[in-house]
Design a protein around this ligand. Structure first.
Ligand SMILES: CC(C)(COP(=O)(O)OP(=O)(O)OC[C@H]1O[C@@H](n2cnc3c(N)ncnc32)[C@H](O)[C@@H]1OP(=O)(O)O)[C@@H](O)C(=O)NCCC(=O)NCCS
Length: 167
């Protein structure tokens, strides 16, 4: 069970929105912006295929934007919902906006949604070397349940983490 924190706050003027809640004519621009952020933050071998993945009906993306300037995306999270288990695929915050609580807000938002939807647990894989992400997950109570050497390529260990979200 994850810890109950005081709900985190986004920097002023920003909001978390589900991609599907946006006007369809704005969605592609938002996804294009997310793709650019993704290219900067992750090696090409880990680049997420947004066009293919977002077509899957159990995959959702949350974006942090300004409602009046939707293409100013400063963070995103992609997750996949199966019956009782969810998979956190990606979380990323643009470099100049890190350490302002945006990552925490994204995690908090997805956990609330999954809990309301009756999901029992959430799992993810993270590169062992990504300490900011590991710290963030651990602060919510995610625990390592598996590890795989060379998961992300030679010398890059992947950690599988899980959090129970049952009431
Ligand atoms: C991981 C990431 C999403 C965190 O986003 P963020 O908005 O900077 O995180 P927050 O400001 O909400 O920080 C929440 C907590 O995470 C941990 N954390 C975040 N950045 C950290 C850092 N550089 N060093 C240590 N802990 C860190 C801390 O516990 C922090 O709480 P605190 O500020 O009260 O100490 C961001 O660093 C990022 O986009 N990294 C690159 C992409 C990535 O590695 N994604 C994960 C794999 S898919």
């Amino acid at each position: 069970m994850y810890g109950i924190f005081t709900p985190p706050e986004l920097p002023q003027g920003f909001r978390i929105q589900n991609l599907v809640s946006l006007d369809p004519k704005n969605r592609q621009n938002v996804v294009d912006r997310v793709r650019k952020i993704e290219r900067k933050a992750f090696p090409s071998s880990e680049a997420f295929d947004f066009d293919a993945e977002l077509k899957k009906k159990n995959t959702s993306m949350l974006v942090v934007t300004r409602p009046d300037e939707l293409t100013e995306v400063v963070g995103y999270l992609v997750f996949l919902r199966m019956r009782k288990v969810a998979l956190l695929h990606k979380i990323c915050v643009v470099e100049h906006m890190r350490r302002k609580g945006i990552g925490r807000c994204l995690i908090h938002s997805v956990l609330l949604q999954l809990e309301k939807g009756g999901c029992h647990s959430i799992q993810l894989w993270v590169d062992e070397a990504r300490s900011p992400a590991r710290e963030l997950y651990q602060s919510y109570g995610f625990r390592e349940i598996d590890r795989c050497v060379d998961y992300y390529g030679p010398g890059r260990t992947g950690l599988k983490m899980q959090l129970s979200i049952e009431k």
